[in-house]
Design a protein around this ligand. Structure first.
Ligand code: NDP
Length: 396
């Protein structure tokens, strides 16, 4: 019997299902590049429902049980006595979301003798040790594009929140205050600022496209330059050298995957070369920034603000300094798991499972690794350093 093990975040403390704010969500049929959103044979959920928590089960139970699959769902993922670690031993498929990552370390992969497929319900498979997965011929797949626009929207929200100093002003009004001088003393217009985008893939492009109407100058850094037509459309200039790009920008937005090259790319040295008062928005991966160097740069005033939803580890411990550092706009990892995004990545997870269970090839666009090497989207966007643990997989 095939066993599928899903590690999902806990249900709302107020109980499941929550009381929804809206009755429906817009029907999106295609992504901005014209490719279709996931198209499984059918779905057993109503788009807009909470699917990413344990009781939501990504809307998969009815389908998986109809296929005779043993479907185990848990949120208990840490340590050797966790349900995840115990159930992993004979699981054929593991499903995990980056918001509540089930770190698939080399040690865990070694114990998972039956494991053939690790699905990321969402985007970003850095919680899987990709070298170990390749060594054990495990296919890694994610639901490419499913929440890229969700994150781009979050990026724009956080850029504006930091530059205009929205969060402290809001807190002040909630607390009964009205001191305008206090709330404007760190509040600027975004117009005219220079924004640097690190990585210019699906999220990066959508972020540039959404920021362009604010009248900003946009510069981007990635390994391969975009086409002249695309650059014109985005109003963006290419800078091949990340270290050069960060020297004269006002805002930096991180959008590249976590790889050996991007691990701790934001550190004391690189931050010290930035203009005093630069803002950083990082909804890419927490470990692209050195934790304490960010805190120190905010305390010294070198950085004017830091916002993001990605941390290491996740969930972040209660004493993680990013919770309390000055001028932060941090949230739990949420940008890619809006109810709108969940509908797409739950459908995409089902599409991948349907292919797997029917012995059909998983589409290239969803593949990160297969047959012992990076494949499909993974071969384009990721890199692995041979013999080293992937930087986000839980082992440094
Ligand atoms: P894409 O694959 O479309 O884009 C990633 C881009 O990063 C590629 O275009 C690649 O371009 C660039 N890149 C890769 N390595 C480097 C590098 N060393 N330096 C500069 N650029 C690099 O993925 P998405 O845009 O959809 O997602 C990107 C990442 O965002 C995910 O991997 C994940 O970590 C994060 N994410 C976060 C979410 C959240 O909820 N907070 C949700 C979804 C994603 P090139 O090859 O030219 O370098």
């Amino acid at each position: 019997m095939t066993k599928v093990l899903a590690v999902l975040y806990p249900d709302p403390v107020t109980g499941y299902p929550p009381k929804y704010a809206r009755d429906d969500i817009p029907k999106i049929t295609h992504y901005p590049d014209g490719s279709p959103v996931p198209r499984p044979s059918s779905i057993d959920f109503k788009p807009g429902e909470l699917l990413g928590s344990v009781s939501g089960e990504l809307g998969l139970r009815k389908y998986l049980e109809s296929k005779g699959v043993d479907f185990v769902v848990t949120s208990d993922k840490e340590g050797p006595d966790s349900v995840f670690e115990k159930e992993l031993v004979d699981a054929d498929v593991v499903i995990s979301q980056p918001f509540w990552p089930a770190y698939l370390t080399a040690e865990r992969i070694k114990k998972a003798k039956n494991l053939k497929l690790a699905i990321t319900a969402g985007i970003g498979s850095d919680h899987v040790d990709l070298n170990a997965a390749n060594d054990h011929n495990i296919t890694v797949a994610e639901v490419t594009y499913s929440n890229s626009i969700s994150v781009a929207e979050h990026n724009v929200m956080m850029v504006l929140s930091l530059v205009r100093d929205y969060i402290p002003a809001h807190k002040r009004i909630v607390n009964g205050g009205w001191n305008i001088a206090d709330v404007v003393s760190r509040s600027y217009d975004l117009e005219g600022m220079k924004v640097g985008i690190h990585g210019g893939g699906r999220i990066g492009e959508a972020t540039m496209e959404r920021l362009k109407p604010f009248g900003v100058k946009i510069v981007y850094n990635k390994r391969h330059q975009l086409s002249p037509e695309k650059e014109k459309q985005l109003g963006a200039t290419y800078e091949p050298d990340f270290n050069k790009m960060i020297k004269d920008i006002d805002v930096l937005v991180m959008t590249a995957p976590l790889t050996p090259e991007t691990y701790h790319i934001l550190n004391k040295k690189t931050i010290s070369t930035m203009k005093r008062g630069t803002y950083i928005v990082n909804n890419a991966r927490g470990d692209e920034a050195n934790r304490d160097d960010i805190v120190n740069a905010l305390n010294s005033g070198q950085l004017a603000g830091y916002a993001g939803d990605v941390w290491y580890p996740q969930p972040a411990p209660v004493d993680h300094p990013w919770r309390t550092m000055p001028h932060n706009g941090m949230t739990p990892h949420m940008s890619g798991t809006s109810l709108s995004a969940q509908a797409r990545y739950a459908a995409g997870t089902r599409e991948i499972l349907e292919d797997f269970l029917d012995n059909k090839p998983i589409p290239d666009v969803y593949l990160i690794a297969q047959g012992g090497q990076l494949a499909g989207t993974g071969a384009k966007s990721y890199s692995v350093a041979k013999g080293q643990a992937s930087p986000g997989s839980g082992k440094k």
